[in-house]
Ligand binder design. Structure first.
Ligand code: GDP
Length: 204
């Protein structure tokens, strides 16, 4: 599988959280947004990437307003942790607000350079994922797929699983990054891709 370890940012700090554009941070640093179904392993991934265990927390407490959480990473990037979708216990009113909030963010957010869509390697992508990818494509937003929980797939089946997932998404397997938060596998490759997608674009 992918290379482990790799880059560790010298700092990673919570900036703020919010729902509307007036709440977004104004640093202008290149931004990477993370999105995925609840419980897919999004918080664990952000913590693994930044090397900070408690930075992102699963915020799926039912009834709580779902917020976009912003983090400063190494004074070089902003990571935007978009609330997870598909959590059954979230009340309908809050579930309803999710779409417009994410829509607005993806439409208006200037510093956004890359959307990281996190999928569980064991799950077939559903209609939500397909629609989301189409939407990003229409809006010319760069996207990268992380196939997480690779450790749950036996070693000899991993390559085939990644190929199957990329095929199901209609993407080249080069767009799918295998990852395991448990072992750290794939971490270095993912960082390389994040850097490649954001470098040279920071005009600050
Ligand atoms: P979130 O709701 O998407 O933020 O999900 P979490 O990061 O809270 O993770 C959900 C569950 O999946 C937790 O029990 C994690 O320990 C587990 N998990 C996350 N990533 C991995 C992984 O790569 N491998 C395995 N085996 N478990 C993982």
């Amino acid at each position: 599988m992918g290379r482990m370890e790799g880059y560790v940012p010298r700092s990673a700090d919570y900036i703020k959280a919010g729902t509307a554009p007036s709440h977004y941070p104004t640093t202008g640093k290149p931004e990477v947004a993370f999105v995925g179904r609840s419980n897919v392993g999004k918080s664990t991934l952000i913590n693994r990437l930044t090397g900070r265990k408690g930075l992102a927390r699963a915020s799926n407490t039912p009834g709580r307003t779902q917020l976009i959480q912003f983090f400063d990473v190494a004074d070089r990037w902003v990571f935007a942790d978009l609330p997870g979708y598909g959590y059954a216990k979230v009340p309908p009113s809050i579930r309803k607000a999710w779409g417009p909030m994410i829509n607005t963010y993806l439409e208006v957010r200037d510093p956004l350079r890359l959307v990281v869509l996190i999928l569980d390697i064991r799950r077939e992508p559903g209609s939500w994922e397909h629609e989301f990818l189409d939407w990003l494509n229409d809006h010319e937003r760069g996207v990268l797929i992380v196939a997480t929980k690779m450790d749950k797939v036996p070693k000899h089946k991993r390559k085939a699983a990644v190929n199957k997932l990329s095929k199901a998404l209609g993407l080249s397997s080069a767009c799918v990054f295998p990852f395991s938060a448990l072992s750290g596998d794939g971490r270095a490759d993912l960082w390389d891709a994040l850097k490649a997608a954001t470098e040279g674009m920071d005009d600050g």
